[in-house]
Ligand binder design. Structure first.
Ligand code: B1M
Length: 784
């Protein structure tokens, strides 16, 4: 029997932790625990056997990190995976069991670009290689687990689907704030995986079962797919220097039973669990049945934000070069800050979704679309609508979009439907269908309805749910085609009544060629909203248009207690749009790496270099640090803010005046092990260099031994250490201790936002410097 069929009427029991079990068996895990499939197959097999004896019906191969990036020679992906599958199969055979074997795939171990350095296509190739090996070796399912980046998850799912149609399980690890480390929300994961056709969607690792119960309650609101839940054995606690998990097997299985009653269909364990946990889970769940759900949700999402299509949702139209010379120039020059600025403005003005159109004649649209998507999703939470008539451009944007976007658009032309709908399905998007075909836009509402019905039908046949098909009845120009301009409103009414789908409409074309365009646009928008328009595509910076949306929502009873209406208008005195903010703070908050350069240049005309650093750049980073702490922004945005700050610091660096001093004393500088924050250390370096010191910069995340070695080799009188996290101050203390042991005459200066003078003394430093100027004062003291 196939796994999909097997799991239809029963709760599928998975196994528990592999690594800790192997460790407990006494075999050293080493750098590549997957190598044990070759060097110690019995030990791996014994773990499978124990889980099978405990009742597991799906066991995961020992291949979590078996990718070409992590494995070291002589071990290859194919060898490790083939051996792992054979071991698991053998264990099933020996146990005389009918259990299934799944290929286990974990994260690659490097952040994907643009946040990290790993190229998307390389990551895709790495995942594909694993799946090819697993399928060739005969697995029954693919398990993609412990992901924290939605883009990496999508990449792995697409790679798996390109090789096989075996069932796919995909899980991410959520922290107690219901976000992954990269900021993905539960809703975004559920919507994205559901649309990509993942068979089992769920959670593993990070927390125990009690913390996962509310997460499951959230997941069931967004997807009807079976859920897979693999918690840790509670939360980790330190006990006599060792990590122990804090939950009993009874509590573990009781909490998981609760989640089964809520909709979990596959359950197992992650870190800290063992066969005793799985056996207890087997006892608790073997008589339970999968709970079927029937939620109907129309929504799209970015990695961090889901937008349900209830009430009116505004799609911002500004990212479109048509008729805009500056925009066209920016696209041709690859100036993504310009595009980003348009995006930020629209979101701040109230857009829920952003249309992205980068089409220009003689431009490499697929490449540009991918760049625009990359850069926008690093900063903007609003979901994107990818707008192009070029299927390659659509595919290149869809491929690297972390979330469930909208494709704009298809139409009633059979060729277009056949070309674009498979992309929409493959990449898990929603789609806009334009009511036109080879013969153009039909003059009557009835004919537009017929095209809409054809599009909906074709989409459903491609496996795209009706809730993900949005119809655009198209706006004609009232000046040129006055007699039929109102047919759009009639078509909207008909389509809403007869097809019950969501509708989209670009509004401003109505007024083309007429005076007082705003007035006509606003009136047309109001009529369309009243006829059932769900998603107007407008310029949200036009206050009149946004006002109309708020008013209609209030009048159509979609705005409970007029809350949104009151919030917008109660304090409104003047509704003039704000002028664009070009301050350093704004550029850092929004990750504008190009624009910050001119902001810094301007600041330098009125402030000294160090004033710009201390009064503008550092406080701006403090602001984003606080936003990050308050979960208003997430790691991708923090990374972009840091990049913008670095671009700003680079301008300042060249302006720090050189000092008179010419003597070249050597100072070794490093950010301590485990800490990648180096912006502050780099400032200290530049300022010290400008005071004539010779700096040996060891970089960031520098191991203790490397600092010692450099200090000794360079005969450094002074070593400077930087640390920014409470968790890395320990490594600072260790580095100081090791330096003292190597050479008791070395002087040590420390700095970084987590330190204070007294703490610096407590961990054994000679000097504490609050900022770069104090670092210079320390250096003077030491060398004089
Ligand atoms: Co992160 N980060 N970060 N971060 N980050 C902090 C430090 C944090 C306070 C943000 C927050 O939550 N509010 C928090 C630490 C919490 C804590 O432990 N108390 C934090 C966290 C949690 C993290 C991650 C764990 C996030 C995650 O992944 N979930 C992760 C850690 C990765 C790691 O290190 N293992 C992480 C990652 C990052 C980015 C990569 C995105 C980026 C760093 C990019 C880079 O440095 N190349 C980043 C940033 C930018 C920050 C904030 C926003 C800004 C830091 C900064 O550059 N400040 C920061 C919040 C904040 O501090 N407001 C935050 C400006 C800089 C000029 O100041 O470094 O203090 P500072 O340097 C000053 C002085 O301290 C002194 O002089 C400098 C100039 O005046 N000084 C010295 C510094 N070193 C000195 C050495 C000396 C003398 C003086 O002698 C040797």
């Amino acid at each position: 029997m196939e796994l999909r069929e097997f799991s239809q009427n029963r709760i599928l029991l998975l196994d528990g932790a592999m690594g800790t079990m192997l460790q407990a068996s006494g075999v050293p895990l080493g750098k590549n625990p997957e190598a044990l499939n070759i060097t110690a197959p019995q030990a791996v097999g014994a773990v499978h056997t124990a889980y099978l004896a405990a009742g597991a019906q799906l066991i995961l191969t020992n291949t979590f990190g078996a990718n070409a990036q992590k494995l070291e020679p002589p071990y290859t992906v194919s060898d490790c995976i083939t051996a792992a599958v054979q071991i698991a199969r053998e264990a099933v055979l020996q146990a005389d069991h009918t259990a299934f074997v799944a290929l286990d795939i974990g994260p690659i171990g490097a952040l994907l670009a643009p946040h990290g350095t790993l190229d998307y296509d390389i990551a895709y190739g790495l995942f594909r290689e694993q799946v090819v090996a697993g399928v060739a070796a005969g697995v029954d399912a693919i398990v993609i687990e412990t992901m924290t980046d939605l883009l990496e998850s999508k990449c792995a799912i697409l790679a798996a689907k390109s090789v096989t149609n075996l069932p796919i399980f995909a899980t991410m690890s959520f922290e107690r704030n219901h976000r992954t480390f990269m900021g993905t929300s539960l809703a975004s994961m559920a919507l994205t995986f559901d649309a990509l056709g993942v068979d089992f969607i769920g959670l593993n690792c990070s927390v125990g079962p009690a913390e996962m119960v509310p997460m499951v309650a959230e997941l069931v609101k967004w997807t009807n797919r079976p859920l897979v839940i693999k918690p840790n054995a509670g939360l980790p606690e330190m006990h006599e220097g060792q990590t122990k998990f804090n939950i009993t097997t009874e509590d573990f299985s009781a909490e998981l039973s609760r989640m089964v009653a809520m909709g979990a269909c596959a359950v197992g364990g992650c870190c800290g669990t063992n066969p005793t946990f799985i056996s207890a889970l087997c006892d608790a769940t073997h008589t339970m049945k999968p709970v079927l759900r029937n939620v109907s949700v129309s929504a799209v999402c970015s990695a961090s934000k889901a937008v349900t299509l209830e009430g009116v949702r505004v799609i911002g139209e500004r990212i479109n070069p048509t008729g805009k010379k500056l925009f066209q120039k920016a696209l041709r020059e690859g100036d993504m800050d310009y595009v980003l600025a348009q995006a930020i403005e629209q979101v701040e003005a109230g857009a829920d979704i952003l249309d992205v159109n980068v089409g220009l004649p003689d431009i490499d649209e697929p490449t540009l679309m991918a760049r625009a998507v990359d850069c926008m999703q690093s900063i903007i939470h609003a979901p994107l609508q990818l707008d192009s008539s070029n299927p390659e451009a659509l595919e290149s944007g869809l491929r690297r979009y972390a979330g469930k976007p909208i494709v704009n658009s298809v139409n009633g032309d059979d060729e277009v439907l056949a070309r674009v709908l498979p992309l929409v399905k493959k990449y898990g998007a929603a789609v806009v269908g334009l009511t036109l075909d080879k013969n153009g836009i039909p003059p009557t509402a009835e004919k537009r309805l017929a095209i809409a019905a054809k599009i909906v039908d074709a989409a459903v046949k491609h496996g795209i749910p009706k809730t993900d098909v949005f119809i655009d009845c198209l706006t004609l120009t009232a000046a040129a085609e006055q007699s039929i301009a109102y047919e759009t409103i009639r078509a909207l009414t008909l389509i809403k009544e007869q097809l019950q789908v969501k509708t989209v409409l670009g509004v401003s074309n109505i007024s083309f060629g007429l005076p007082a365009r705003q007035k006509l646009n606003r009136t047309f928008l109001t009529l369309a909203l009243a006829a059932g328009l769900d998603m107007p595509i407008i310029n949200p910076n036009e206050t009149d248009m946004m006002d109309a949306v708020y008013c209609v929502n209030q009048l159509m009873n979609r705005d409970t207690n007029s809350a949104a209406y009151i919030a917008r208008f109660a304090t409104a005195t003047t509704s003039a749009p704000q002028s664009r903010d070009d301050s350093i703070l704004y550029c850092i908050e929004h990750g504008l790496k190009e624009e910050i350069k001119s902001a810094v240049e301007t600041a330098l005309t009125v402030q000294s270099a160090l004033e710009v650093v201390n009064q503008q750049l550092i406080p701006a980073l403090d602001v984003v640090g606080k936003q990050y702490e308050a979960a208003q922004i997430f790691l991708p945005q923090l990374l972009q803010a840091a990049e913008a700050a670095k671009a700003g610091f680079a301008i300042v660096q060249s302006r720090i005046p050189p000092s008179e001093q010419t003597e070249r004393h050597t100072i070794v500088l490093a950010t301590v092990e485990g800490d990648v924050h180096d912006i502050g250390k780099n400032i200290v370096k530049v300022v010290l260099e400008n005071y004539g010191y010779n700096i040996v910069d060891l970089g960031r995340n520098v191991p203790v031994a490397q600092v010692v070695q450099a200090a000794v080799e360079r005969k450094a009188t002074l070593v400077g250490l930087s640390a920014l996290m409470t968790t890395t101050v320990d490594n600072m203390e260790k580095t100081i201790k090791a330096l003292r042991e190597a050479d008791s005459t070395i002087q040590i200066m420390v700095g970084g936002a987590v330190l204070t003078h007294s703490y610096a003394m407590q961990i054994g430093a000679d000097y504490y410097a609050k900022d770069a100027m104090e670092a210079v004062a320390v250096a003077k003291k030491v060398f004089e």
